[in-house]
Every structure is written in structure tokens, then in C-alpha cells.
Ligand binder design. Structure first.
Ligand SMILES: [Zn+2]
Length: 162
């Protein structure tokens, strides 16, 4: 790895450990030329996935789009950059896991934009109920207030474990 300080490629790894619950590897490195230390991360490169939209057209799965949806839902809520990144990577893993499970059946797989919406909802719900309701109200167009209240009640029941 090229040293970011002196620009010479002559380093050794002084520590390696799993980060992000095993989704990445963090390495502490020391430059043998200038003696400075720096950190690198190694993670799986996800192959591109096509998402089928409601009108049947396809578009590539895009982390940035998920992130911007989250930024809206979590506006003025208490969330760190790490938690946000964690939700995006949760969603990404759910997408790849669904592809894997579906393809095991031999019938191939298809990921719909509705699946992505569901995965995002599941991940947000674990972190922040208010952000969850915001996200749901934008992505699922409620026809009336009763539908909205029903969603709230379900959320409450789940939380209270009834
Ligand atoms: Zn150096």
C-alpha cells in the first residue's frame, strides 16, 4: 500500500481485525520509510444487481439512492454516520441474500423495488420508530388516515410484544 504521507510503497501490517460485524477487515499499517501509521479497510466487492421497478423497467441497485432516502427519513433525528452506513449495508446484504436464496431454488431470481423498500423498512424499524413511520408514509402511499393508523398500531403492537 502506498504510504499516504511519504508516498513510498514499503509498509507492514501491524494489526488485522474484523470490523463491522465481520463485513470488513481493518488493518493497521506502518510505513517502514517514514514510520507513520495508517488504516486500511478491506471489504467484499458486491457484483452489480439489477432491480426491477413496478413498471417492469430495470435499474442498477444503487447505495447512494438508499442513503438519500435515509437522510430524508432521519432528518433531525439522532443518528450517526456509522449507523446510517450500517443500514445501507444491511439492505445490501438482504438483497444479496435474497438473490442467493432464490437462485438455490433453480428458478433464477428477480429483485423488485418493492423488496428494497421492505428491506429498508425492516432495517430502519430496528433503529428509529419515527424515521420508520416517515419512510413508510413516503414509500407507501396511504389512501387515508385509517391505513396510516393501522400501520402505527401494528408498529406499536410489535414493539410492545403483543
Ligand atoms: Zn511513509
Amino acid at each position: 500500500m502506498l504510504c499516504p504521507f511519504c508516498g513510498i510503497e514499503n509498509d507492514k501490517v501491524i494489526e488485522t481485525r474484523a470490523a463491522d460485524d465481520g463485513r470488513s477487515i481493518r488493518r493497521r499499517r506502518e510505513c517502514l520509510s517514514c514510520g507513520k501509521r495508517y488504516t486500511t479497510y478491506e471489504k467484499v466487492e458486491m457484483p452489480p444487481v439489477q432491480i426491477t421497478k413496478r413498471d417492469g423497467t430495470k435499474q442498477p441497485f444503487n447505495r447512494d439512492k438508499i442513503r438519500s432516502g435515509l437522510i430524508k427519513a432521519f432528518n433531525k433525528r439522532d443518528i450517526t454516520e456509522d449507523q446510517m452506513e450500517r443500514i445501507v449495508s444491511d439492505v445490501e446484504y438482504m438483497v444479496y441474500n435474497k438473490m442467493y436464496q432464490d437462485s438455490k431454488s433453480g428458478a433464477g431470481y428477480e429483485i423488485y423495488s418493492d423488496d428494497i423498500g421492505k428491506f429498508i423498512m425492516q432495517s430502519i424499524k430496528k433503529v428509529d420508530e419515527v424515521a420508520y413511520i416517515r419512510f413508510v408514509s413516503v414509500s407507501r402511499s396511504f389512501e387515508n388516515i385509517d391505513q396510516f393508523l393501522q400501520e402505527l398500531n401494528e408498529l406499536k403492537r410489535e414493539r410492545d410484544g403483543q
